[in-house]
Write a protein that binds this ligand. Sequence first.
Ligand SMILES: N[C@@H](CCC(=O)N[C@@H](CS)C(=O)NCC(=O)O)C(=O)O
Length: 176
Amino acid sequence: MKLYDAPRCPFCARVRIVLAEKGLEYETVQVDLRNRPDWIYELNPAGKVPVLDDGFVLPESAVIMEYLEERYREPPLLPTTLDARAEARLNVFRFDDLLGDDYYALRRGEPNELQERLDALPVGGTLFADIAFAPWVIRARELLGVELPSRLESWLTELAQRPSVAAEIGTVRALA
Ligand SMILES: N[C@@H](CCC(=O)N[C@@H](CS)C(=O)NCC(=O)O)C(=O)O
């Protein structure tokens, strides 16, 4: 399995964390986001990472998460009941509204409501959704100097007990 990856990219981080949780071995192909190679467009017409190659080529972090969850079932990251699974997916589907839009507005120096989004972030319910949100929460704290609400700080401390998330925090600290 191959992951076209960039350490700075939070969408790639989602996939790195899932691969680590599932204990899967893979080869990393680093993509320089400031000087993207032409061949990346052959893998993903959007020219973006992450892209997973597991015998076929798959872009889009949320879809890759779903794929890995179905293809490699142990340990499961989604809960068992249908309604809880649907709710986890809904939260990931609403990522832009719940976190992404305001995170990137802050990064661009534009007016934003990131603090309110963080206050209301629906985490702590399922590992699947937690993994989908954690990369931005980590980067907000480590790279953008955002003070996390205490609820989120506690959640992240707990989540960081997992080697997969601790490794991602290490990756982000190395970028700072
Ligand atoms: N919807 C995509 C977004 C991926 C994305 O935006 N990746 C960024 C790096 S964090 C990228 O490749 N950017 C290059 C570009 O926008 O041209 C996903 O979930 O995988």
